[in-house]
Design a protein around this ligand. Structure first.
Ligand SMILES: [Fe+2]
Ligand SMILES: [Fe+2]
Length: 195
């Protein structure tokens, strides 16, 4: 009897201690976060490359896209650093995202400015939500990474709003196109975490 009582008290103490102790992000989660974000930012630079290839960077729409592309470049530069710093293997699918990203950007741009912006809205919506989920997953042992992701999330949401302000929603076939692109992005995210 005494033994059981002591055992319960010991467990209670342990629970109390662990709830107060610092929470740690597992390496698996950190690895998946950095790998998928690196892949996503790379894909984003390629989407905007494809759109700029069609519109040219000196047109009015080209300059707006260039502003977003420059921010994507900052994002990928940062994840290039993080992938080295944490010694994380990049996704094996970078060559695929290279081609698929460019093709998505160029093909939507060929459909017109509103379609290009509809692509931006769909992609940035998924990425913005994805970054928010990561902020909820990361513990306080990665405060700097949380700060980075939170800044990038705000940039992505700004890109989303730029798309809306440029009449993305009145692009022909907007609803179906958004659904297809959102589904594609979510699938790419799920694969790039692991592969
Ligand atoms: Fe980005
Ligand atoms: Fe973006």
């Amino acid at each position: 009897m005494d033994y059981i009582f002591i055992d319960i008290m010991a467990k209670k103490k342990k629970t109390r201690f662990s709830s107060k102790s610092k929470q740690i992000t597992t390496h698996k989660i950190l690895e998946e976060i950095i790998r998928v974000d690196h892949a996503g930012e790379y894909g984003a630079t390629r989407i905007y490359d494809g759109q700029i290839a069609v519109f040219g960077k000196n047109t009015k729409i080209g300059k707006t896209i260039k502003h977003m592309a420059d921010q994507e470049q900052e994002h990928i530069d940062k994840f290039n650093e993080l992938i080295l710093e944490h010694r994380i293997r990049p996704t094996a699918l970078l060559p695929l995202w290279n081609v698929a990203g460019f093709a998505l950007g160029a093909s939507t741009a060929l459909l017109g400015e509103k379609a290009a912006m509809a692509c931006t809205v769909a992609v940035e919506k998924v990425i913005g939500e994805h970054y928010q989920e990561q902020l909820d997953l990361l513990k306080d042992d990665h405060k700097d990474l949380k700060k980075t992701i939170s800044k990038f999330r705000d940039d992505e949401l700004e890109h989303h709003d730029i798309g809306i302000d440029h009449d993305a929603e009145s692009a022909p076939g907007y609803r179906i196109m958004s659904k297809v692109i959102e589904f594609g992005c979510k699938t790419a995210i799920a694969i790039s975490k692991k592969v």
